[in-house]
Design a binder for this molecule. Structure first.
Ligand code: SAM
Ligand code: SF4
Length: 361
């Protein structure tokens, strides 16, 4: 994985007049304005989903390399000044961070009437029931919960942990909370849960949640993904259409999911077809890994080293305004380096070295 060296020393040392990068928006060379930052809080997880993590032998990030709450907030504050308006906390499993409520509270506090900020989270739902009141009090505004099967043995096989009841408990707590829309995520997999797509959608509707099916992407630790056997958007729609009438919802904007109303509404279902119908042209997302690497795409092979910048000797002694300017420079570099699309279908496509749990989904 290529890391981009950061030159905070020279940036801080420079004294001549400069335009303030902090006043600028994060616009890439293809005109895409970036509004969404996904922050991975840890690569650790309470599950071991086969399409994401190995069963054992994972190379964990060193604990000392994981960004502290203060470091995350320092980046988030600059990001808000550059136009980021949605923060999604993810991982690994974000609820494993003991300081999760503090992180939510401090990011939410960066918002104002002129610059409203949303704090969303993607979680596997385990321990959510106990933590949700505190998270809502801290300012959490939206939740996505992942559930790929509602069959107990299948869940245990797929996640290598027998914890489906804990996930159900988390979904029930979220459904009883005021957070709306509540979204559920399910990765569709051939021979694993592709016979269960209708049942998953019926379950989501009964839970008052909107289900989004996700095409499986080449981000598994075992590098076993195969374009020829993955379940496609078309197959997902065909399976659901046998039971319901689906009507496309117009006005997708930059959202990853295409949506359909079910039997005329009000229920809706989404499909995130990253592989067969990529939405890169409208992508407004950046990512920060738990060890402080900025990424402009899930599939990027280049990372921009925030940790190196924040922890360098130069940065430690720098004035706050210079640190801010250096972080803004790094964000701009990351955005400028963004390619037009991920090219999964290109024969030269290379899967990133990190698995999904270490990038942040
Ligand atoms: N642990 C949390 C969870 O599972 O919701 C957050 C992190 S997880 C990496 C975020 C999302 O990425 C989940 O919805 C998960 O299903 C999805 N995901 C993981 N690996 C994937 C893959 N190879 N292809 C498509 N989606 C994937
Ligand atoms: Fe953990 Fe989420 Fe990856 Fe499953 S998808 S192993 S819950 S990080």
């Amino acid at each position: 994985m290529a890391a981009v060296p950061v030159v905070i020393g020279s940036r801080i040392a420079s004294t001549g007049p400069q335009s303030s990068p902090v006043a600028d928006q994060l616009v890439d060379t293809h005109g895409r304005v970036h509004r969404d930052l996904r922050i991975s809080l840890t690569d650790r997880c309470s599950l071991r989903c086969t399409y994401c993590m190995p069963e054992q032998g994972n190379e964990w990030l060193a604990r000392t390399s994981i960004l502290s709450t203060d470091e995350i907030i320092e980046l988030a504050e600059v990001a808000v000044s550059l136009g980021i308006r949605t923060f999604r906390l993810t991982g690994g499993e974000p609820l494993l961070r003991t300081d999760i409520a503090d992180i939510v509270r401090r990011i939410a506090a960066l918002g104002s009437a002129e610059r409203p900020v949303e704090v969303a989270m993607t979680t596997n739902g385990i321990t959510l029931a106990a933590k949700l009141p505190e998270l809502i009090d801290a300012g959490l505004t939206r939740l996505n919960i992942s559930i790929d099967t509602i069959q107990r043995q299948r869940f245990a096989d797929l996640t290598r942990r027998d914890r489906l009841d804990d996930v159900f408990e988390g979904i029930a707590a979220a459904a009883a909370s005021p957070l709306r829309p509540l979204k559920l995520n399910a990765v569709a997999m051939r021979g694993v849960n592709d016979d269960e797509l209708v049942d998953l959608l019926a379950f989501a509707m009964d839970s008052g949640a909107q289900l989004r099916f996700i095409e499986q992407m080449p981000l598994d630790a075992g590098h076993t993904w195969d374009r020829n056997t993955m379940v496609t958007r078309e197959e997902i729609l065909a399976a659901l259409s046998e039971r319901w009438q689906l009507t496309p919802v117009p006005g997708r904007g930059g959202a990853p999911a295409e949506k359909w109303t079910i039997d005329g509404g009000p229920h809706e279902v989404g499909v995130i077809a990253s592989v067969t119908a990529p939405f890169c042209g409208a992508c407004d997302r950046l990512r920060l890994t738990a060890d402080g690497q900025l990424r402009n795409c899930l599939f990027s092979l280049t990372e921009y080293d925030l940790t190196g910048l924040l922890r360098s000797e130069d940065a430690k002694g720098a004035a706050p305004a210079d640190r801010t300017a250096a972080i803004a420079d790094l964000l701009h570099s990351c955005v400028r380096g963004k390619l037009p699309g991920h090219a999964i279908d290109d024969p030269s496509f290379l899967q990133p070295a990190r698995g999904m749990n270490a990038i942040g989904g």
